[in-house]
Design a protein around this ligand. Structure first.
Ligand SMILES: *Cc1c(COP(=O)(O)O)cnc(C)c1O
Length: 372
């Protein structure tokens, strides 16, 4: 492990270095925990902790005091379970698919119950294994994605026997528009969840994702569940990002050239040099998570200088215009910044017509991952 925070680029046999700053991750956890106190703070570590490594991220957050971790799929819970102490709870947001219940019970994984069918299956499993099983109950408060519908909540309340042998420890719902503070859907969802929660007196409530935390205290409930903000992404659109950056991506130059006016560059010849142009080809492409939609739009940076992508993003490389740099500034192997001090995830996402979440979760597997 390299403790240096500058020049993370050492390995030349890889297509780049993805540096993950676990210290910044820890600081983001502490900031969010302070923000939501006295509510507790969980961590959403689905999709391999948004591509950063679920095991490394979860173990670091456990050190910070995090005891609740959310994944999307049961398989992710299985993979994470043995890396965390038993007093860390792992919740499965998508719930269990039929057939996984007994394994989940044996591992002590906590499913979200998203339907009457899942409640019945978990209750039957509890009977079979002969003990009470923990679960979280997810209700749909307006997103129409996962969780019991209002009708199903009524059905459950009319048939309390359905939930026999299940110890429900949290009432969960999810906000559809949390990153848009002015969106009236947020207040509507909060009101809907409050109405449902009156039927479950005393049951802890969890509503806020990263954006929800910044909507204010009434959204915090007993347990907040951020993902992107822990990883340095902006929790609220179009506002200053209060989180520390966690990710840096540097990719080496693998060839430079100068082309004369009229030369076409890259697949499809979509870019034609207007003047004599100096170019550098760098060693990552769409197979490494640099979206093809950055073709002719995105950029990389070198010592603060923006280097626009010339032509299309290829599978394994991109070509950038380096005419703005002094001649000889870039050698073979020189790392350029793809994500870092000058280019945030949000900037890259805007150029690619997507969101920071998609950029982060798609960063490929050919980089050397270096934990700082
Ligand atoms: C992914 C997810 C989160 C975390 O969302 P962020 O916007 O990354 O903070 C929280 N809750 C649920 C149900 C999710 O699916």
């Amino acid at each position: 492990m390299n403790s240096s925070t500058d020049n993370v680029m050492l390995a030349t046999d890889r297509c780049g270095v993805l540096a993950i700053d676990l210290g910044a991750l820890g600081e983001n956890y502490r900031r969010l925990a302070k923000n939501v106190a006295p509510a507790a703070l969980a961590a959403v570590v689905k999709a391999d902790a948004y591509g950063l490594g679920a095991v490394q991220v979860s173990q670091r957050l456990y050190q910070e005091g995090c005891r609740r971790f959310f994944v999307a799929h049961f398989i992710e819970a299985v993979q994470l379970r043995s890396s965390l102490p038993q007093n860390a709870a792992i919740y499965v947001l998508n719930g269990l698919q039929p057939g996984n219940e007994e394994r989940a019970a044996a591992l002590g994984v906590v499913p979200l119950l998203n339907s009457i069918g899942q409640i019945e299956a978990w209750s039957q499993t509890a009977c079979r294994v002969g003990r009470t099983l923990e679960a979280a109950l997810q209700v749909d408060s307006g997103m129409s994605r996962l969780g019991l519908s209002p009708d199903e909540v009524c059905e459950l309340l009319a048939n309390p026997g359905l939930i026999l042998n299940i110890e429900v420890t949290t009432l969960v719902s999810h906000l559809a528009c949390a990153d848009e503070p002015a969106n009236p859907a947020n207040a509507r969802q909060l009101a809907a969840l409050r109405a449902i929660s009156t039927a479950f007196p005393g049951l802890p409530v969890s509503l806020a994702n990263s954006g929800g935390i910044f909507l204010g205290g009434e959204f915090h409930g007993s347990l907040a569940r951020p993902g992107i903000a822990l990883y340095g992404g902006a929790p609220v659109a179009d506002r200053d990002n209060p989180m520390l950056p966690v990710v840096r991506l540097e990719v080496p130059v693998i060839q430079t050239r100068t082309v004369s006016p009229g030369t076409q560059i890259g697949y499809g010849g979509t870019f034609t040099a207007k003047t004599a142009t100096r170019l550098a080809t760098i060693a990552a492409g769409y197979a490494d998570g640099l979206p093809r939609s950055l073709s002719g739009r995105g950029a990389v940076y070198f010592e603060g200088q923006r280097l626009p992508i010339a032509g299309r993003v290829s599978m394994d490389s991109i070509t950038v215009d380096i005419s703005a740099l002094p001649e000889g500034a870039l050698d073979l192997g020189t790392p350029v910044e793809v994500v870092g001090k000058h280019q945030t995830l949000e900037m890259m996402a805007a150029d690619a017509d997507t969101i920071s979440y998609e950029i982060l979760t798609r960063l490929g597997h050919r980089y050397q991952r270096r934990y700082i």
